[in-house]
Design a protein. Structure first.
Ligand SMILES: *[C@@H]1O[C@H](CO)[C@@H](O)[C@H](O)[C@H]1NC(C)=O
Ligand SMILES: *[C@@H]1O[C@H](CO)[C@@H](O)[C@H](O)[C@H]1NC(C)=O
Ligand SMILES: *[C@@H]1O[C@H](CO)[C@@H](O)[C@H](O)[C@H]1NC(C)=O
Ligand SMILES: *[C@@H]1O[C@H](CO)[C@@H](O)[C@H](O)[C@H]1NC(C)=O
Ligand SMILES: *[C@@H]1O[C@H](CO)[C@@H](O)[C@H](O)[C@H]1NC(C)=O
Ligand SMILES: *[C@@H]1O[C@H](CO)[C@@H](O)[C@H](O)[C@H]1NC(C)=O
Ligand SMILES: *[C@@H]1O[C@H](CO)[C@@H](O)[C@H](O)[C@H]1NC(C)=O
Ligand SMILES: *[C@@H]1O[C@H](CO)[C@@H](O)[C@H](O)[C@H]1NC(C)=O
Ligand SMILES: *[C@@H]1O[C@H](CO)[C@@H](O)[C@H](O)[C@H]1NC(C)=O
Length: 664
């Protein structure tokens, strides 16, 4: 009970000090359609995000990959060639289509969707921070106004339903920026915003001006132009529009920002090519990087490996059959095929000292594929794709969030009229984000290499991660599905020793965390270290279940450790206690997970309860139904407060606050 009071005052103090109220989702008013989909708002039963198609796993490959193989590794990075640039656990972030901000982020500075905060807190406590971009096609016609009717912070103007990029013109108020700023005061989220570029003769730079003012250091980039290589094709520019025209427009924006006296002109991002009609080289050859070196915060591209446009729009040919398409996502060539065209550019970016960012991506443009984008296959695909990009010296990759009408969302808020009794639906690629952040850890100093494991077999890729110059983690994927277990594979790890001429260095034991599901077709029974977000409409953005990490004894005499990787599945191998602890403060430091769980218990606010409470019941109703175990209390008091812990508490507050505010 003492702990209850303590936590509650902490929560109220936090709320008071920061003047942030976090409300539930009731009354949420999404503004409707999102980029990549022309369909209008549909009932949950038919919205893409809630599609029920479950695909069969593709047949096993022929020939089958060997199910036992070894990897020989050096303990020290100095003995390894080809390691990536230093990477951070915030490698994967999110790209939120501007028009769906009110669906997934919040309505205004004092109305934040709690599941969004919880999800961001999960990434931040692993990676140190989360990068979120607000933009997309809808940023191009966005216009800031000082106020909107009914106190709305964002509103759409119009939409043409048979043009993939004819997205609603958005009106927004500075309140949207307060929303983002207030989120950053609770969880370490850093924001990228997009400058509208539909009309270079009449630039609208308010987003830059107010963004810098309101977000301060939490603004980390301003995108100039979204997929300019498609402007001509989409009739947003004359047919002759080319890389030099973009070069000129970028300069116009920079010039205007300077003449407005904006304090930060070194945050600009470009060229954000879809890599559809131009190659990045065509832009580099204009002298873009040299000319704007001082202004460029990073170089960016946007790309999807596939598209489902034919299912939505006329003129794209016959729609593809997702079952046939599925296997394309389920081997290691998927990632490499996607990024091969950027390797030259990641090298050029490195030479220029600029990060290279995959600024918007997901499984397929035009909303993704039913059955694929919503499956555990997509989890493994995104994970392997992310680690491939990290190995190839991309610095970040942002997974796109498109709202109710797309299949590929990492997370989806319930339809507006169902927010009282439904929670969020966490998509399969959100697990990939957690897994990648734990693979890279929070030091900003992990270098990763694709091992070409199992003689480069594409169904069994593996990676080594050196952190602060020491081998810290290994990551292995098994893309196959075989419930018999015959295609689980066993990798035998040896550190130095043998022919290396260096003393054997295999540790006495290692830890392994698994990301598994029964099949690549599975939608919801996905667990990461035994934890899950559950099924459709089941999540408040926190992981459920007890964390479970396997400990494996090694054979130091033989200099080997054996790790099994299930078909299908992903195994993250921690080579030391520190590597495990640093990746996952919540699992090892005991405070984070405990705090989250306990605060959850404190509040026991179930949407179903709220839906029937009509706001008339007092807080005692809830406190009466909760209890902290003394065991848990001891664990909480014994923990060392840390930034992570505070984040965890902040994440927990949302539920309590919601109850608090609703009930008085
Ligand atoms: C929500 O709205 C959709 C579309 O109007 C409708 O199909 C669905 O049944 C509604 N849900 C509820 C619970 O009323
Ligand atoms: C935020 O949105 C909520 C829900 O629409 C509304 O009740 C509240 O007045 C808004 N707050 C501000 C400051 O606009
Ligand atoms: C949160 O947003 C509101 C605007 O709605 C603003 O008045 C308030 O100061 C913000 N709080 C913080 C901590 O930024
Ligand atoms: C650009 O977008 C703004 C705001 O939506 C609109 O008023 C304007 O007409 C557009 N300009 C062009 C050239 O498309
Ligand atoms: C890499 O890009 C540069 C700049 O555009 C170009 O000159 C060079 O030929 C490219 N190299 C390869 C291998 O594509
Ligand atoms: C990534 O950059 C490092 C350091 O420059 C280099 O050694 C490595 O070969 C690069 N990786 C790829 C795949 O280009
Ligand atoms: C990682 O990099 C970010 C961004 O530069 C920085 O804010 C953070 O403090 C760094 N973390 C560590 C552990 O150095
Ligand atoms: C969930 O998947 C696991 C294997 O990953 C399996 O053991 C378990 O029975 C499945 N549970 C349900 C409810 O399908
Ligand atoms: C997985 O979580 C459940 C529920 O919290 C727990 O009962 C079970 O023991 C956990 N499994 C393992 C292997 O730890």
């Amino acid at each position: 009970m003492a702990i209850h009071t303590l936590l509650f005052s902490l929560v109220t103090a936090l709320a008071g000090a920061q003047a942030v109220t976090v409300y539930g989702q009731a009354g949420q008013q999404p503004i409707g359609t999102s980029t990549g989909s022309a369909t209008s708002a549909l009932p949950s039963s038919t919205s893409a995000a809630y599609d029920t198609l479950v695909l069969n796993p593709p047949p096993l490959p022929n020939p089958l990959p060997p199910n036992q193989f070894g990897v020989q590794l050096a303990a020290d990075a100095v003995n390894v060639n080809g390691l990536s640039i230093p990477q951070s656990g915030a490698f994967f972030g999110f790209s939120v289509e501007m028009s769906v901000v009110n669906q997934v982020i919040g309505l205004n500075g004092s109305y934040i969707h709690p599941p969004f905060l919880n999800l961001m807190a999960l990434v931040a406590e692993r990676a140190g921070r989360v990068h979120v971009r607000v933009g997309g096609n809808t940023q191009e016609e966005a216009r800031m106004v000082m106020s909107l009717p009914d106190g709305k912070a964002i509103e759409k103007q119009k939409v043409d339903t048979n043009n993939p990029t004819q997205t609603p013109a958005l009106l927004y108020t500075p309140e949207i920026l307060y929303l983002l700023a207030n989120i950053s005061s609770l969880v370490n989220v850093k924001w990228y915003l997009g400058v509208p570029l539909n009309d270079t003769a009449n630039l609208r730079l308010e987003i830059a001006q107010y963004g810098e003012q309101i977000l301060g250091d939490n603004l980390i980039g301003l995108q100039v132009g979204n997929e300019p290589d498609l402007y001509a094709r989409h009739q947003h520019r004359p047919e002759t529009y080319g890389p030099f025209d973009y070069f000129g427009e970028f300069g116009n924006v920079l010039g205007a920002m300077k003449s407005m006296g904006l304090p930060r002109t070194n945050l600009l991002l470009g060229p954000s090519l879809a890599t559809g009609d131009w190659t990045p080289e065509m832009v580099w050859d204009t002298g873009f990087i040299q000319a704007y070196s001082d202004a460029l915060g990073a170089l960016t591209v946007e790309h999807y490996p596939d598209d489902n446009c034919a299912a939505l729009y006329e003129g794209f040919g016959d729609p593809v059959d997702p079952q046939t398409e599925f296997s394309k996502f389920l081997d290691h060539t998927a990632g490499w095929n996607m990024i091969g065209q950027y390797i030259n550019s990641t090298q050029i970016a490195q030479q220029a000292g600029k990060p290279f960012i995959m600024f918007e991506t997901n499984s397929a443009s035009c909303g993704g594929f039913p059955g694929i984008s919503t499956s555990f296959g997509a989890t493994l695909w995104a994970l392997d794709y992310g680690l491939t990009m990290a190995s190839a010296n991309f610095s970040h990759a942002l997974l796109h969030v498109g709202g109710q009408n797309v299949y590929y969302n990492p997370f989806t808020a319930p339809p507006t009229n169902e927010t009282h009794f439904h929670q969020w639906t966490i998509g399969p690629i959100f697990y990939s984000v957690l897994a990648v952040s734990e693979t890279l850890g929070s030091s900003n100093n992990s270098r990763i290499i694709d091992l070409g494991a199992n003689s480069g077999n594409v169904y069994t890729p593996g990676y080594a991660i050196y952190e602060n110059e020491k081998l810290a983690r290994l990551a292995f994927v098994n893309f196959m599905t075989d419930p018999s277990g015959a295609n689980d594979y066993t990798v035998t790890i040896s550190i130095d020793g043998g022919e290396t001429g260096r003393p054997a260095a295999t540790p006495a034991q290692i830890k392994v965390k698994y990301l598994v599901a029964p099949s690549v077709g599975e939608k919801f029974n996905i667990t990461w270290g035994n934890q899950t977000f559950g099924g459709q409409f089941e999540s408040d953005g926190r992981l459920k279940n007890d964390l479970h990490i396997e400990t494996i004894q090694c054979d130091q005499a033989a200099n080997t450790c054996q790790v099994k990787v299930p078909a299908p599945g992903f195994a993250l191998v921690f080579m030391s206690e520190e590597a495990a602890a640093e990746s996952e403060p919540t699992s090892t430091a005991t405070f984070g997970t405990t705090a989250i769980t306990k605060i959850k218990n404190t509040a026991t606010i179930d949407e179903a309860v709220l839906a029937t409470s009509n706001g008339n019941k007092g807080m005692e109703q809830y406190s009466g139904s909760t209890s902290f175990g003394s065991n848990a209390a001891a664990r909480v008091t014994g923990a060392h407060p840390s930034v992570m812990a505070l984040l965890a508490v902040a994440a927990g507050t949302v539920v309590v606050l919601r109850a608090f505010y609703r009930d008085i």
